[in-house]
Design a protein around this ligand. Structure first.
Ligand code: F6R
Length: 263
């Protein structure tokens, strides 16, 4: 086993595999390796993608592999988790823009195969329904990339008293608005709503790949893996998914008590 990345297990035989990497760079290379492996085996793979800082390094590695001729995106289809509402896709704060900037513009993907929830739809509820219908039509993505909020959110599924199943409209919490204001000029510019895949939409993925780095994620990662399954920690639902890989750096793994290096 390489020293810069060690698999962890809680020894209880559950299906969540945890790979602890010494740093963000290693984490990004490992995550990209998993995604590239899937695309190489299945060139028309369906990828569920996330925005935010966590997967940026992973996307950089994918771009590198593509530019080196080791990874072909020409038949890949993608579905993103979420989008702010209301926000035009051309707005440089939109998740649509983010994905173009951090991945799609730099690889040979066919933009007709790219799907991001419509942050500009005249009817939000219809936009949610049609996004969910598209996900159902493809039978769930082959692999869903996730980040995690410091409060345990996945997509924009915020902590609350119930899990919401399908793609839906979300009122963003104060903590998420504050966390995301770093990308905007001022906090008032952060949209207060979003369209997000729901918990059921995410759980339909055949595989889940969650990446997290930094001490700000340590508590959320510990609760996700070792706490009770509760909508107050939305990511805790992943304990019920049959195929989850969580790739973290040492800082994000620092709250884990039950997980130990695998023999
Ligand atoms: C992004 C998303 C969010 C982020 C989460 C972590 O599409 O759905 O759940 O993954 O907020 O964000 P970062 O990676 O910026 O810490």
């Amino acid at each position: 086993m390489e020293k810069n990345a060690v698999w962890y297990t809680n020894g209880k035989g559950n299906n969540v595999k945890v790979l602890v990497c010494k740093d963000y760079d290693t984490l990004s290379k490992k995550a990209a390796g998993i995604l590239a492996g899937i695309v190489n085996v299945k060139p028309n793979a369906i990828l569920g993608l996330a925005t935010g800082s966590s997967p940026v390094g992973t996307y950089k590695e994918l771009i590198k592999l593509n530019q080196e001729g080791l990874l072909d995106f020409s038949a890949v289809r993608t579905y993103n988790l979420d989008e702010y509402y209301p926000l035009d896709p051309s707005n440089d704060q939109s998740y649509h823009y983010f994905m173009n900037d951090n991945l799609f513009d730099h690889v040979n993907i066919d933009k007709n195969n790219v799907h991001v929830p419509d942050g500009n739809a005249p009817d939000m509820n219809k936009a949610c329904e049609s996004y969910e219908a598209m996900l159902n039509e493809v039978g769930g993505v082959d692999i869903q990339v996730l980040g995690i909020g410091g409060n345990g959110h996945i997509g924009f599924n915020e902590p609350t008293d119930t899990f919401v199943g399908p793609t839906h409209v979300v009122e963003l919490t104060e903590s998420t608005i504050k966390a995301n204001s770093r990308f905007f000029e001022k906090i008032e510019d952060v949209p207060t709503k979003a369209i997000s895949m729901g918990i059921a939409s995410i759980m339909k993925a055949k595989k889940i790949l969650l990446v997290a780095n930094g001490t700000g994620k340590a508590d959320a990662i510990a609760k996700t893996l070792e706490g009770p399954i509760t909508p107050w920690v939305p990511a805790s639902i992943l304990q019920l998914h049959p195929d989850v890989t969580i790739i973290v750096d040492e800082a994000a793994a620092s709250g884990l008590k039950e997980y130990k290096p695998a023999e």
